[in-house]
Design a protein around this ligand. Sequence first.
Ligand code: B12
Ligand code: SF4
Length: 443
Amino acid sequence: MIDMKNILFISPKSEYYHPSLLGPPPLSGLLLLATILRDKGHYVRFIDEIIKTPDYNNIDDVDFVLISSMGSTVKRAYFLSKLFKNKGIKVVLGGIHVSFLPNEALNFCNQVVVGEAEEVIADVVEGKIKSKIVQGVRSDDLGKYPMPDYSLVEGIKKNPDVIGVTTSRGCPFECKFCSLSPFFGRKLRSVPTDKIINYLLQFKGIKKLHFHEANFTVDKKRAIELLKKMKENEIFPKKALSLQSIDVASNDKILKLMSEISDFYLLIGFESINQAALDFYNKKQTPEMIRKSIKKIHDYDIKIMGNFVFGSDTDDKSIFQKIVDFCSYSEIDIPGFDCLTPFIGTSLRKELEAQNRIFCNDWDFYDMQHAVFYPKKMSPLDLQEGLISAYEKFYSTRNIIYDLMRLKISQSVSTFYMKNYYKILIEKNDSYLDYLQGIPTRS
Ligand code: B12
Ligand code: SF4
């Protein structure tokens, strides 16, 4: 017989606007923890602040508050943490940011779980683990955990329009700026495909299915098996999105299956088309591989959300126009532009810290949309303005008209929507530009 606890889960929303916040699924890792505790007999509430934010002043009847964190949401997590701690309620923090900075987090909460929490979370809320910093466990057997139960999310539709599922963890690569391989490790660990299929059967014709892992197709055999079973079981989401490296393009079977199953969007970190920058990022790809992969993926009528990072030691002010031109002539469907960001836990951060090049440690701005360090060949203001100019140039009225003239209707519609999203992002960042004006140049 367990001592049943009332537990409130919160997936916090950052104060700043991000285009990716438009209609995304709740954080599946946090929801998985809620599902585990519910299955153990605890009473759980799950708030995703992107869906709804209740008046927390009216919430006193809980024993524990469990809050997640990534760089851009951690200040909100700390704010909520203090709010509940002041009411005498125990607060536990977890997630990628606090896992690398547990001592910072302990200024705001009672306990911090470092890393993956499935194995320890019940013992934490049941009081069997009392240490302030709790070490999580990287289990090889992901099949023993339940799948996240979306019905726990407050305010979500009975048949949600969008869900996220994490079918594997780990990525064998070591890109310099990435916190995922330090966090989940380089070894790939997967949920058994039958378990995923059983879960997805309840979402057969869902509007959007997101695969949330770092690298969906890194194990080609597994990806083929999963996609094949989706096809056999008629699991045909209207749109599907997955994150993976460009080697997906080397496998025709995967691309064919993807094109048969859904209107697939592949989010791929191209990062640059300049070999020196790719080498700086430790990205195991060449501009030639990037060009070929785009062509191949498009041959299967699959859409590409290509991400590019600005600010490598080899980038000067000419990089922004070069990347925008590349995106236009290679017809990347939805390019995303990022500032290189020294996230906690990355080798990039260690390198820039050693060179004393980080001037901003306000985590609100660790969202890949703000210049927070001194690039080598331009100023932080140049980097910020260059990022904005890339958005303005690619998502422009001129490009919308150009696509319409070539009868690329869906492309012009998505450019139109993205133009409006990014317009808001740019407007909201005016004060950051003012701040950067005042940053002294590096001697
Ligand atoms: C889904 C997702 C989103 C969704 C989030 C939906 C939501 N409702 O918040 C959307 C699309 C909105 C999104 C947006 C952004 N995201 Co995002 N996102 C992800 C993604 C792809 C999957 C998360 C996931 O499900 N992981 C799998 C689960 C199993 O892992 P987990 O969430 O970490 O949870 C485990 C542990 O961390 C721990 N845990 C987690 N929370 C808690 C809480 C407690 C109390 C405990 C005890 C334990 C615990 O236990 C879990 C199970 O083991 C990750 C990449 C990844 N693969 O993780 C990026 C990632 C988290 N995002 C990232 C970024 C940068 C962003 C954006 C800033 C991008 C942008 N420029 O727009 C925005 C910011 C949004 C914001 N809220 O401010 C970075 C964060 C880097 C960092 N170190 O901070 C990541 C790591 C991707 C990357 N580029 O490297 N994102
Ligand atoms: S391929 Fe993607 S997930 Fe893997 S280390 Fe590089 S950036 Fe991170």
